[in-house]
Ligand binder design. Structure first.
Ligand SMILES: O=C1O[C@H](COP(=O)(O)O)[C@@H](O)[C@H](O)[C@H]1O
Length: 235
């Protein structure tokens, strides 16, 4: 595991972009495509800032959602809606490069449909993403895997529905830990004072929180944070 502490949000987004560029170019050289999973929330701001500057063949990207809220795309809670509004058109990525969650159905149906869509890109018992870009919520959740929730133990499905998310909206779909830990690389990226206390609990105290269950089996794990978020971490 590598923990990288950058001076500020700008430097953090540049560092994140560099790692994404490397992962993308390696994947494209290796299998002519880059399969990346993205999260919602504050990560999007970092991506908007960083992705503009990277040199890679964006046309080879296929973008999956690590989790998504079961809401219409034009709902402010929709993660795809946020990427569509904030990223598409600003970097050379088109809407059809996103693997979208089925609309107008229950979380259960959306999760099953998402697995079928994923299976068009991955063979093997678990999908092997080239890179997962992860966020951490204030309670230590990642994707839609929340502390104390039974889904933390789900090891039978690629994607699970959740209808009792403690963070609204309640209905979501999420990739599961076996999928996360089968990825070739995972990056947590975050900034700001608001993340500092939870980062201490995760990286210093090593509490059993969902984010600490991210342990890619044979992949790399990075935590990239700014000085404010990393103020309790040793340099
Ligand atoms: O609800 C969610 O929260 C987490 C963390 O978001 P943040 O805004 O606190 O960074 C996010 O990673 C996840 O994708 C999202 O659905």
């Amino acid at each position: 595991m590598s923990v990288i502490i950058k001076e500020n949000e700008h430097e953090l987004s540049q560092e994140l972009a560099k790692l994404i560029e490397t992962a993308s170019n390696e994947a494209i050289n290796d299998h002519n495509g880059f399969f990346v999973g993205v999260s919602g929330g504050s990560l999007i701001t970092l991506l908007i800032a960083g992705l503009k500057g990277i040199r890679t063949d964006f046309s080879k990207w296929k973008i999956f959602f690590n989790d998504e809220r079961v809401v219409p795309v034009d709902d402010p809670d929709s993660t795809f809606g946020a990427y569509k509004k904030d990223l598409v058109g600003k970097v050379p990525i088109t809407e059809d490069q996103f693997v979208q969650i089925k609309q107008g159905v229950t979380a259960d149906v959306a999760a099953k449909d998402y697995v079928q869509q994923m299976a068009q890109y991955f063979t093997g018992s678990w999908p092997a993403f080239d890179l997962l870009l992860l966020g951490m919520g204030p309670d230590g959740h990642t994707c839609s895997l929340f502390p104390g929730h039974p889904l933390l133990e789900d090891d039978s499905r690629w994607v699970a529905p959740i209808t009792d998310s403690p963070k609204p909206p309640p209905a979501r779909v999420t990739i599961t830990f076996p999928v996360i830990n089968n990825a070739k690389a995972c990056i947590f990226a975050m900034w700001g004072d608001g993340k500092a206390d939870m980062l201490r609990r995760v990286l210093v105290d090593k509490e059993d929180l969902p984010v600490n269950r991210v342990k890619p089996k044979s992949g790399k794990l990075f935590w990239i944070v700014d000085k404010a978020a990393g103020k309790y971490l040793k340099k």
